[in-house]
Ligand binder design. Structure first.
Ligand code: UD1
Ligand code: MG
Length: 464
């Protein structure tokens, strides 16, 4: 069966009161439209068309990056004269046979199984609508049925509805599946004779009835699938509901969330057994937490692998970006630590408060516990890296590496000017600025000698 998917994403989203096109506003860190594309990409469609218009260039450019794998076809709608007009623009690229599934780009959480059920209900010969009863149907198109409440007769938009129709609480969710050939015929007959002077896609329902084409309604499993976003308040509400769904899924797997209402996942999180996550943590991109990992309150973790038994203390920021971050087994990180892209920490490593690590490898048991910077460094086993020590890795033009052998002690407040190597077992005296390699096993001190002046007196205030 030929399946064409049309996702409408050309509208301005006036009620968002934003310069950003509505469908690009993020839900769980991903553009709403990308959620719809991700889901429909699993339906094995013949073609996946996105209708763009308002902010078309921005929408298309963003989607080419966000959904690089999906073979999207963009069709422009200029100007935007309504949802019916939007689908009319796709008619030249739609085949004559098969089914067309139409979705709104501002209804991000539609589930694949619901879309499949709708396609089955259509079966190439019926018009299938996804409908739902809502406690508060304000703003939605209402499903008008015959006197027996059986046959669907029409969809009436909220703005065009009579008081009696507004009292109906079965709404159109913005998803329909139609036989493509019939749909093309109905689209050609749309008019804009309504309150908004728009060509409403929803008018095809009354046309199908007139043509004696059966109209059937299917329902989603959960209300959250069909909540449309038209305003910042609706976006925030949907975000919380989506986060709740994700939190519950993790808790079902055994993850202990201190408070599922204060948890945010903007990507994918894989957890081992006995993982504890305290309140107000944000996970982004791809994050893996091994068995017995504990994440303290207020941590932000992006693109990172945290191995078994590691503890991330509160207020730690881990951002692996493109290179990723690895935290080894049993490592202790934070509070207030910052791990940046390319930080590779071995087992039992300790990184304490106000320590920043970027593009550096730390071997088993290395410690940097206070106020330090490690950039472009290779750090051996059991190294103790003192408070206030930094690698001066950038000469203004290029980055250079610092190599620190096993069992090295770097005293407090040292500057290691890269490129430089500190041999195994070397000790660097506190306050040293080291610009040449330090030999293994020796004390290296590079600072002015301490002098004491006897007979020196403090200056006194002069009086007039
Ligand atoms: C639409 C439905 C309404 C339904 C609701 C569900 C119509 C006429 N009404 O109303 O019955 O209850 O969705 O959420 O279809 N768009 C375009 N081009 C346009 C106008 C809109 O591509 O000219 C796109 C928008 O970007 C959006 C989608 O179509 O993704 C829906 O548009 P919106 O204006 O939000 O329609 P609703 O008023 O929500
Ligand atoms: Mg809408």
């Amino acid at each position: 069966m030929t399946l064409s998917i049309v996702i409408m994403a050309a509208g301005k989203g006036t009620r968002m009161k934003s310069s950003r096109p509505k469908v690009l506003h993020a839900l769980a860190g991903r553009p709403m439209l990308a959620h719809v594309v991700d889901t429909t990409a699993t339906l094995a469609a013949t073609q996946q068309i996105v209708i763009t218009g308002h902010g078309a260039e921005q929408v298309e450019a963003t989607m080419r990056v966000a959904c690089a794998e999906a073979p999207l076809q963009f069709v422009r709608q200029e100007p935007q004269l309504g949802t019916g007009h939007a689908v009319q623009q796709a008619v030249p690229v739609l085949p004559d046979e098969g089914i067309t599934l139409i979705l709104n780009g501002d209804t991000p959480l539609i589930a694949a199984r619901t879309a499949r059920a709708l396609i089955e209900a259509c079966a190439g010969e019926r018009l299938a609508l996804l409908t739902m009863s809502l406690d508060d149907p304000t703003g939605y198109g209402r499903i008008v049925r015959d006197g027996w409440g059986e046959q669907v007769l029409a969809i009436v938009e909220h703005k065009d509805a009579t008081e009696a129709q507004r009292a109906l609480n079965e709404v159109y969710t913005g998803v329909m599946a139609a036989p493509t050939r019939l749909l093309k015929g109905w689209l050609a007959r749309l008019t804009n004779d309504n309150a908004q002077r728009e060509y409403y896609l929803t008018d095809v329902v009354a046309m199908a009835c007139r043509d004696k084409v059966p109209v059937v309604a299917a329902h989603p499993q959960s209300e959250v699938e069909v909540l449309g976003v038209n305003s910042p308040a609706q976006l925030a509400e949907l975000e919380r509901r989506y986060q709740r769904v994700q939190a519950e899924r993790l808790m079902e797997q055994g993850v202990r969330l201190a408070d599922p209402a204060r948890f945010d996942l903007r990507g994918r999180l894989h957890c081992g057994q006995d993982v504890d996550i305290d309140v107000n943590c944000v996970f982004e991109g791809d994050v893996q937490l091994g068995d017995n990992v504990r994440i303290g309150a207020h941590c932000v973790v992006r693109n990172a692998v945290i191995e078994a038994g590691a503890v991330i203390h509160p207020f730690t920021h881990i951002d692996g970006d493109k290179d990723g971050v690895t935290v080894g087994e049993g490592a202790l990180i934070g509070p207030f630590a910052r791990l940046r892209p390319g930080a590779r920490l071995g087992p039992e490593v300790h990184i304490g408060n106000f320590v920043e690590v970027k593009n550096s490898t730390l071997a088993r048991g290395a410690k940097a516990n206070h106020l330090a910077y490690l950039g472009d460094a290779t750090v051996g086993e059991r190294v103790n890296y003192g408070a206030g020590a930094i690698t001066a890795n950038y000469d203004g033009a290029n980055k250079h590496r610092t190599v620190i052998g096993n069992d090295v002690h770097v005293g407090s407040n040292c500057v290691l000017i890269a490129p430089i190597t500190l041999g195994d077992g070397a000790t660097i005296g506190g306050g040293s600025t080291v610009s040449k390699d330090a030999p293994a096993g020796q004390l290296t001190v590079a600072r002015a000698k301490q002098v004491s002046l006897s007979g020196w007196t403090r200056p006194r205030k002069t009086r007039d």
